[in-house]
Unconditional design. Structure first.
Length: 557
């Protein structure tokens, strides 16, 4: 566990320490929080416990917000002769399935807290003898490292999602564990860091992970309700996160404010952000209360992501990195890379954009109208859909890209080593964060070591495929494939395939290329200099992409 670290707060007015915020769970009841954590552990309300209760198929359906299989499975457990199974079924039905439970059942399942304690904490509403969920509270966790360290079993409170309640979501909805938040978790490279920033923390998912490899985390949000949920979650899980409930600020600083305003003048070794990047039509006279704060940044088009990308370098310490998700608009007749490149022109930052998908305006509108259950209000649905299409049309947008963004402020005296914009739409290994971190290390290594003098080996996950017509003397296609990480495929020339086959660390790149020159040269038309330079470039790319690695016997990690 990281040792305590105290940061200097430059603007105490932005600190959020409220334990009792309107319409959010209360975090000023330490005894009740301790009792609730003990109760939840006592009924095995964990990721594995819920999966075992519901069964594989119902659990899988529930992960896609399909409730019926879990409802049926939990109903069967409610009549079980095993009181432990019945207790867990009550808790699952109360929070995961948003089915009201009797006071007697809740009191029996969670005896330390009881239904009255849950109501005091702001997690439920008691009415006519029934206990109804006011918030979502679900188990969350991740596996330990190979050495047994780093794992966690937590509980996360957030607002009830669209599939758990009728009507349109409230505009200050606090999002729970979703696709975007878990994508950022899997994408983040987990290097040890002194000070980290979780920009737009929501219910605190990124902060939970950061606390396991960072000494201090500053978590910001524009929503006081979001920070209240985060504070509740941190204190409910204090033991698992290594926090002192009486001195939370020694490890975590919660700040209320927009974008980088709460941390102006400060620097961090790592910034992560799942910002409100959804591109939403703006209308005249629109108030912030008219927007869904969890997803709408309040700026036209993709300006929320553009402004962050342009400004994040100001809060990075030398060598510090930022990782975030985002949308960007693709205008008709342009390449998707054009707009992100324009944001970072002359920024002086190392840059890596990976576009994971691109959709048209119609699909984009449908996705986000459904996300907030706006498709349930038929009269307004058509107007809202039309507003999306008109908004995109006003900027000649034909596509919207989504992907991962990595930025780094170079260290003192070092130049930029990475400037990549690539599209990878096929399945990749998860978590991808360790592989992205390894790719950055390779890029730094290439910047510091002349490739011609390098001794290289083929990565363990790399295989070669050869395809040729029946009866042909030579293959027509030679492919190099990665089985891990970004799972790239590289089309090789015969010469490059020969080079790779000789990479066992014994000979330098220059020596292998010289051997190929001796083998293939001799004709008057053979341009030795061009051949050498071309192979050096191709080999450099194979190292950057992870097909070839520096020989570990010669180079320290």
């Amino acid at each position: 566990m990281c040792r305590p670290y105290t940061c200097k707060v430059t603007d105490t007015a932005s600190l959020f320490t409220a334990g009792n915020t309107d319409d959010a769970p209360r975090s000023d009841q330490p005894d009740l929080l301790l009792a609730l954590a003990a109760d939840l552990r006592g009924v095995s309300y964990t990721v594995d416990g819920v999966a075992e209760l519901l069964g594989e198929s119902a659990s899988e359906a529930l992960s896609s917000d399909q409730l019926v299989p879990a409802l049926l499975a939990s109903e069967r457990r409610m009549v079980s002769e095993d009181p432990a199974l019945r207790a867990l079924a009550v808790v699952v039905r109360l929070w995961l399935l948003a089915v009201p439970q009797t006071i007697a059942d809740v009191d029996a399942a969670l005896p330390g807290t009881g239904s009255q304690g849950l109501e005091i904490l702001g997690l439920v509403i008691i009415d006519a003898g029934m206990v109804r969920a006011k918030a979502d509270l679900r188990p969350y966790g991740w596996d330990a490292n190979a050495d047994g360290t780093g794992g966690a079993e937590l509980w996360v409170a957030s607002d009830l999602a669209a599939h758990q309640q009728p009507g349109v979501l409230r505009h200050d909805h606090v999002l729970g564990i979703g696709r975007a938040s878990t994508t950022l978790v899997q994408t983040t490279s987990r290097q040890h860091t002194g000070r980290a920033l979780d920009l737009g923390t929501g219910c605190g998912i990124q902060t939970f992970h950061l606390l396991h490899h960072c000494e201090h985390v500053t978590a910001t949000d524009i929503s006081a309700r979001a920070l209240a949920f985060t504070r509740f979650n941190l204190l409910l899980n204090a033991a698992a996160l290594g926090l002192d409930p009486s001195n939370l600020e020694s490890r975590v600083s919660l700040r209320l404010g927009s974008l980088l305003e709460p941390v102006s003048g400060e620097e961090f070794g790592l910034v992560v952000s799942n910002p409100p990047f959804v591109i939403t039509p703006r209308t005249g006279g629109e108030l912030s209360s008219d927007q869904f704060t969890y997803r709408d940044g309040g700026l036209p088009g993709d300006e929320i992501v553009a402004s962050l990308v342009r400004s994040l370098g100001t809060v990075l310490e030398p060598g510090g990195t930022a990782q975030m998700l985002g949308n960007w608009e693709v205008a008709a007749g342009t390449d998707w890379k054009d707009r992100p490149k324009a944001w970072l022109k002359d920024s002086g930052l190392d840059v890596w954009f990976i576009q994971r998908e691109q959709v048209g305006p119609e699909q984009y509108a449908e996705t986000w109208l459904q996300d907030a259950s706006q498709n349930r209000e038929g009269g307004q649905y058509k107007d809202a859909y039309s507003a999306y299409l008109s908004d995109f049309g006003s900027r000649n947008v034909e596509g919207i890209g989504f992907g991962m963004i990595w930025l780094r402020r170079p260290g003192a005296g070092s130049g930029t080593a990475i400037n990549r914009f690539e599209e990878i739409t096929y399945p990749i290994e998860q978590p991808i964060g360790p592989h992205l971190g390894a790719a950055v290390e390779r890029a730094d290594w290439v910047s510091a070591n002349p490739i011609p003098d390098a001794h290289l080996v083929v990565a363990e996950d790399v295989t070669e495929e050869r395809h040729q017509r029946p009866g042909a003397a030579h293959p027509g296609v030679i492919l190099l494939r990665q089985g891990a990480g970004l799972r790239r495929t590289n089309l090789l020339s015969t010469e490059l395939a020969g080079f790779v086959s000789a990479c066992d660390g014994q000979l330098s790149v220059r020596q292998i290329v010289s051997a190929l020159v001796a083998l293939l040269g001799g004709e008057d038309t053979f341009d030795e200099e061009a051949f050498r330079e071309g192979l050096f470039r191709e080999v450099t790319n194979l190292v950057l992409d992870g097909f070839l690695l520096p020989d570990p016997d010669r180079y320290s990690s």
